[in-house]
Design a protein around this ligand. Structure first.
Ligand code: GKR
Ligand code: MG
Length: 429
């Protein structure tokens, strides 16, 4: 058995994405992702996936070079290696990230977002070498299937006229009836029983009405609303008061730990976050102030699957719930999320996933949701296989792009429909 990494391949791609609305604007017709492949001396390939914007690519390239010659089981070494790769701090020192929806942006978080893809690829290669599934390398699964929630979005029927795109079959969802119709489709197609609505798009009264309509259509089903910090403390408390009887939790109603702590002090509705606790450094203040009751982990920016387990252990210690956040992603990441989620005890909330929105993938076989759950694979590694032809097609799309779509920019995508659009300052309401 030879675990030496002999080569690393990076393939940036553009993946079709429907016109999903959020506080920043709207999803572009194609979104960038990066596929990482790690090859070992034994001819084994491990795969990983992360954000594909230029700043991630620029970091991934020197990292990939340094990885050659190292051992695929040297997972801790990935973090020291990452520290050796220089980051242009100017571009990441501000608070604004590519989507502005995943909390603070720091050089460290950028590094972790890149390391995570390599960690997943190394675990996949190691698992394939040893004949063990990734969950076994993480200590073993404690459940056989991981539950996901339907991730509902306000959306247009199509991207603006004249924009090159793939047509989706979800239709428009711009009012309570549209949101309920979308939820019905999610349930029909995937069997989801929890629903999360991405809010912060319309005035809170309209979003309250949409959640009420969901509660009527799906009595007793867990419901969440996530306006990505678009509301003031006062508005957050008003919404929490009006929806207290139907919400499983309210996600990032207000921006930042101090505001979330104020909201938390004024309501019994649990608060979840993927914006104010996104790094280990942010945990202490948020937990001490009881600002959040559920942390939504994301292995991409937390730095991988083992860091996600560490986060879960800290949450458990403090009696804070843990579940999973998602951003546009493909099957490799869904497989990685499922493996790590299967190892986390006390995962009481269904995880988020954008996967149903992605009609394209780079796998020979798409992952499936049965009754809203993904079965944990016991095959060696992640249990997925790359489809080279599909990968090549999506990579060609990236090569053909003049650069406009290579950075995710939801505000720029919105300006195609509304040239006056500027991302609203928060709190907006
Ligand atoms: O895909 O538009 C989106 C979401 O708004 C995403 O970017 C968020 O980061 O899903 C995320 C969230 O839960 O805030
Ligand atoms: Mg969120």
């Amino acid at each position: 058995m030879n675990l030496t990494i002999t080569d690393v391949w990076l393939t940036p791609i553009l993946v079709a994405d429907p016109p999903l609305l959020n506080t920043q604007g709207v999803h572009q017709p194609y979104t960038p992702r990066l596929i990482v492949e790690v090859l070992t001396a034994d001819g084994i390939t491990g795969v990983g996936e992360t954000y594909g914007d230029t700043k991630y690519l620029e970091l991934a390239r020197p990292f990939a070079e340094k990885l050659k010659g190292r051992q695929v089981d040297d997972l801790n070494g990935l973090f020291t290696l990452a520290d050796e790769v220089a980051v242009d701090d100017d571009r990441v020192s501000g608070q604004v990230d590519v989507g502005g929806l995943r909390g603070v942006q720091t050089a460290d978080k950028l590094r972790l977002s890149v390391v995570s893809a390599f960690e997943v690829a190394c675990l996949d290669a190691l698992g394939k070498t040893l004949g063990l599934p990734v969950h076994a390398l993480l200590g073993g699964k404690v459940r056989d299937a991981v539950e996901y929630s339907a991730y509902l979005f306000y959306k247009w029927a199509a991207h603006p006229e004249g924009v090159a795109c793939e047509q989706d079959d979800w239709g428009a969802a711009l009012d309570p009836a549209g949101v309920v119709a979308q939820a019905r489709l999610f349930k029909e197609r995937y069997g989801f029983t929890s629903f999360k609505l991405k809010g912060g798009v319309f005035p809170p009264e309209e979003e309250i009405a949409a959640v009420r309509a969901l509660a009527e259509a799906f009595p007793g089903h867990p419901l969440r609303l996530d306006p990505n910090g678009a509301w003031s403390v006062e508005t957050s408390l008003k919404v929490a008061g009006e929806l207290a009887d139907v919400l499983e939790y309210l996600e990032d109603p207000a921006l930042g730990t101090p505001a979330m702590a104020e909201v938390s002090a004024g309501t019994d509705v649990p608060l979840a976050t993927n914006m104010c606790v996104t790094t280990f450094a942010e945990i202490k203040e948020a937990f001490t102030r009881d600002a959040v009751q559920v942390v939504l982990s994301d292995h991409h920016y937390w730095g991988g699957l083992r860091n996600t387990q560490q986060l879960a252990a800290i949450c458990r210690t403090f009696g804070v719930g843990v579940s999973m956040h998602s951003n546009t992603h493909l099957g490799i990441s869904l497989a990685a999320m499922t493996h790590v989620a299967s190892t986390v005890p006390g995962l009481h909330h269904a995880c988020d996933s954008h996967y149903p929105w992605q009609s394209e993938d780079v796998l020979t076989q798409r992952l499936t949701f049965d009754d809203g759950k993904v079965t944990v694979s016991d095959l060696p590694g992640l249990g997925v296989e790359l489809d080279r032809e599909k990968l090549a097609v999506l990579h060609q799309r990236w090569l053909d792009d003049d650069g406009a779509l290579r950075e995710r920019d939801d505000a720029a995508a919105m300006r195609i429909a509304d040239p006056e659009w500027v991302t609203p300052a928060v709190p907006r309401w």
